[in-house]
Design a protein around this ligand. Structure first.
Ligand code: UT7
Length: 320
């Protein structure tokens, strides 16, 4: 499987750390030194569906194939305002696609989870051209009266078109149960058989524990993938890591002992956009001509669950 099209979309509203410090007990210096984030984009005048459509259209356009030639749409999304229908279903008609779709909740690892499934679909020759859209609005999960989580996230969408070809070399996806460290819980309706006084609980995160799990798990994924493919960090040209925290990326980089230039970041501008983050970074770098034809890329992501997803691929240049 190879990537033949990329797209991304971000909300217009730019929110600085100082703006947050205007109503939360936080500061630009705390957020910058602990996370590396300077600004994030938050949905205000658009909807998540708008972002998803914009990213998907850009990916399809750059792929050179027609919307009707998309055989499957996998939509990576933790949650949006609808539980049903899926976000993927809502995108099909506006995109001009007529194909099966489902939403995949792989938390922040959702894009790599989606790629792994697409790779299996393509290898079995069941489907050929697959559109993957990762669209996330984590700002809608946070408690905006508390500083712990709200400063970390941003909204955004990315999209990839993949098809059969030489590109992806190997995947490693993992899962484990650590519910308490990171969750967002919605209220259930009462039934005649079970009355519940339920209420939605905004995102709860044990930051330090998630940080530890993230570094450990990402390093394990990267090490296993490199070893399995007879490679070392030297063989990787670009590491595209989940954009959650600059310090997490730095821990992984130090473990690999590779130069900073190999670890591009954009979390400074967008915060943690959950499963959209690696795709947004890939789209920006690719459009800026910073991913060279034939370059070896390593993707690595982690998120609530606890889940992880990593992959190694050879990049083939895309004409925009
Ligand atoms: O995609 C996966 C999603 N999540 C992540 O990747 C998050 C992983 N975790 C992290 O990135 C970091 O743990 C955080 C950035 C969330 C926190 O950084 P930390 O260095 O682990 O700080 P901490 O949680 O140990 O808190 C240090 C202090 C505490 O105060 P005391 O107890 O030392 O007085 C917190 O109450 O910082 C305080 N604090 C804040 N201060 C100002 C926590 N949040 C804030 C804030 N502004 N926004």
């Amino acid at each position: 499987m190879k990537i033949i099209g990329t797209g991304s979309a971000l909300p217009e509203k730019v929110v600085t750390n100082d703006m947050l410090a205007g109503f939360l007990n936080t500061s630009d210096s705390w957020i910058t030194t602990r996370t590396g984030i300077h600004t994030r984009r938050l949905l205000s005048i658009e909807t998540l569906e708008d972002l998803a459509l914009k990213a998907a259209r850009a990916a399809i356009e750059s792929s050179g194939i027609q919307p009707e030639d998309i055989d499957y749409l996998i939509c990576s999304n933790v949650a949006n305002s609808y539980v049903s229908p899926s976000l993927g279903s809502m995108l099909l008609s506006p995109l001009g696609c007529c194909c099966p779709t489902f939403d995949l909740n792989g938390a922040c690892a959702g894009l790599v989870y989606s790629l792994d499934i697409a790779d299996a679909f393509i290898k079995t020759k069941k489907y050929r051209n697959i559109l993957i859209v990762a669209a996330e609005e984590p700002s809608r999960f946070c408690n905006w009266h508390e500083r712990e989580t709200s400063v970390l996230f941003g909204d955004g969408a990315s999209a990839l078109v993949v098809t059969d070809g030489e590109g992806f070399m190997d995947f490693r996806v993992t899962g484990d149960t650590h519910t308490d460290v990171l969750y967002y819980k919605r209220a259930l309706e009462s039934t005649p058989y079970d009355r519940v006084e339920d209420k939605t609980e905004p995102l709860v995160m044990q930051g330090r524990e998630v940080f530890r799990l993230a570094v450990e798990a990402s390093i394990e994924d990267v090490d296993v993938l490199l070893e399995r493919n007879g490679m070392t960090g030297e063989d990787i040209d670009v590491f595209l890591l989940h954009q959650a925290n600059l310090r997490i990326i730095e821990c992984i980089r130090e473990h690999l002992d590779q130069p900073r230039e190999k670890f591009p970041t954009n979390l400074q501008n967008y915060g943690n956009t959950s499963s959209a983050s690696i795709g947004i970074l890939m789209d920006e770098l690719s459009r800026a001509g910073q991913l060279k034809d034939g370059a070896t890329l390593l993707l690595s992501s982690f998120g609530g669950g606890f889940v992880t997803g990593a992959a190694i691929l050879k990049w083939s240049g895309i004409q925009y």
